[in-house]
Every structure is written in C-alpha cells, then in structure tokens.
Design a protein around this ligand. Sequence first.
Ligand code: NAD
Ligand code: ZN
Ligand code: ZN
Length: 354
Amino acid sequence: MKALRLMSWKSEPELVDVPEPEPGPGEVVIQVGAAGACHSDLHLMHDFDDGALPWAPPFTLGHENAGWVHALGAGVQGLEIGQPVAVVGAWGCGICAHCRDGLETYCERPDLAPVPGGGGGLGLDGGMAEYLLVPAARHVVPLPDGLDPVHAAPLTDAGLTPYHAVRRSQAKLGPTSTAVVIGVGGLGHLGIQVLRATTAARVIAVDPRESARDLAKDCGADLALAPGPDLAAEIREATGGVGADVVLDCVGSDETLAASAACARQLGDVTIVGIAGGTLPISFFSIPYEVSVQTTYWGNRAELVEVLDLGARGLLKPETTIYTLDDAAQAYADLAHGTVSGRAVVVPTDSFRP
Ligand code: NAD
Ligand code: ZN
Ligand code: ZN
C-alpha cells in the first residue's frame, strides 16, 4: 500500500510503498477513511534533530485518524469489521495511573509503551496510508451516528486539543468572561466552536490571514483581530479595559506569548497550545497578578468521546480542505504556506472523498 513517510529528520515526507499491516493478538487494523495534517507534523519535519525526541524516523505520518475497522487480531472483542471508528492518538502503556484514566499523553511508564511518548504518526506508523495498525483495541472509539470519518478525523486532535484546554479553564469561562483564541487554523477554528458549544464566554479570535478571520466569524467569534503591536491594547479595549479571562495561544511564538500575557486579565489563564518554540519570561511583575500560565498536550479518551458527540450533534463542524493520498505532501506544503482553510484532511479512498 502507499504511505506518506517521514524518512529522516529535517526532510520532506515521501510517498512510498509499504506492506499492508496485519493485526497481531489484541491489535486492530483500520482502513483509513481520513487523516488530518497537523501543524505539529511540520515541526516534526523541520525542527527536530537526532536525540531530541525518544523516537525517530522512518514512520508514516498522520496522528489524526478515523476510518473503518478492517481486521481484528486474536482476542479483540466488541468491534465489528466495517464499523466506523476514530483512533485515540497517544499510545501509552495502558496500565499506569494516567493511562488508566485515558490520559495516555501523560503515560508514566513510557518504557512499557509501544514507543515512549508517541503513537501512530508520532514514532510509529500513522494514518497517511490506506491502512493503520492500532496496537490495542482501547485506542479505537466507535463513531456516533451522524459523524463520518472525514469530519471525525480532525476532531481527534484539532478538536480534542482545544477541548481539553477549554475544559481546564472552564471555571474562568462564565457568561461575562472573554476568551481569546490566537491562530485560527486547524486547532483554532475548532477551539472557537468548542468555546461556543460549551461556554457562554465571548470569543475574540486573532490571525494575520483575512480568510482565517472570516472563518473565525463563521465559527462564532464575536470579534476577529489581526496581530500587531496594538493587539493587547485592542483586546483590553474590547473587554472594557480588564483583559481576557482565558487566552488559548495556538501559535506559541515569542510574539504571541508576549501578546497573550499582555492581554490577560488578572486571575486569568494563559494556555500555551502551539509549539512554535517561543518563550515567555515569568516573574512577579511580568504577567498580571495571579495569571496562570500552563501548557496542554492533546486530550484524554473520555474527552474524545465527548468531542465526537458534539460533532455528531452538529455543534462542532470541522472546516476541511480535502486531499488524495497522492497529494498528501501537497497538503503539508499548503499548510506551511498558510493556504489551508480549517484542517487539511487526506482521504485515501476515491469513492469516499467528498
Ligand atoms: P495551523 O497551521 O492550521 O494554524 C496556525 C494558525 O496560526 C494559522 O491560521 C496562522 O495564520 C496563524 N498564525 C500564524 N502566526 C500568527 C500570529 N502571530 N498571530 C496569530 N495567528 C497566527 O496549525 P494547527 O495545526 O492548528 O496547530 C497550531 C499549533 O498547535 C502548532 O504549533 C501545532 O504544532 C500545535 N499543536 C499542539 C497540540 C498540543 O497538544 N499542544 C496539538 C496539535 C497541534
Ligand atoms: Zn497534532
Ligand atoms: Zn502509561
């Protein structure tokens, strides 16, 4: 089968032929219905060297996957061939306290995981291929009625990650609160919808692209601003001078982190979601009083079930730009050039492509 693989660090991925996976005991093979192209894959291609991560190429890209159960390994129960499913992306040990809670992103026994601190598309073969080997049935979540794999795939990361971040700040997102979403790409456009669907906060979106600001408005943002030296002042003005209760920085550069801290309200949250590699100096006076600065990484299995439910009910609607597997490398090139609207999604099966 064809697969888009990262062959080495600091390289562009290649479409190559690899053997179709066969499930061993307890494993599940998924026919890939859709695989989202995440900006993190661009970081993987360009920003890392040998030894920076606990795993290394070659592996097939694609950590945002949904499709249909294709083959079951010995002993797997409760799944049926042909059943539409989404894939939980982080594959931990399955037995430590965090894994037992479904929070396999923060596995505490990475030495017992299939790959330490990774998953499909992150050290192990991912979904930019016709088939995906999933090492345990617990990573496979049935799709609720009304949700197809093309719309489910982006929800497994671009939807789940901001959902987890919003949940973490839920107590600060009341009806008089304001949330700021910086970066209206794959994560940001769903982050705005998550805020709309699960809180009564007003939402201010920030993106340099006019098309992304238009998308933000379509997703329910009350205000969409372009970044620049006056951004924090504009956000303060739009919030009656007090600032934003919660900032989700889906870029994470020096510039956006500085703007996040400068526009935050006292007692607010600044959440670093984007991994552009920026830093934010923290001292007693460098951020408003009692602002919490936090990172978040992906989400847990229970939250994924909730996100898929919101998707099935039409409360989260991923905007997708669709590519064939042959054009998967182009999807990443377009993502790098900022020409993707919402999420770039690779759909390998001709008959299923919208
Ligand atoms: P994306 O490329 O789809 O979207 C990024 C958006 O940010 C684009 O719309 C771009 O125009 C905008 N942008 C660029 N510079 C900006 C600036 N200065 N101010 C405001 N907006 C700006 O990327 P994505 O897939 O949504 O990922 C976003 C970031 O989140 C990436 O760094 C990615 O690696 C990271 N990520 C983190 C997690 C996590 O668990 N923490 C999960 C997935 C992705
Ligand atoms: Zn991702
Ligand atoms: Zn674990």
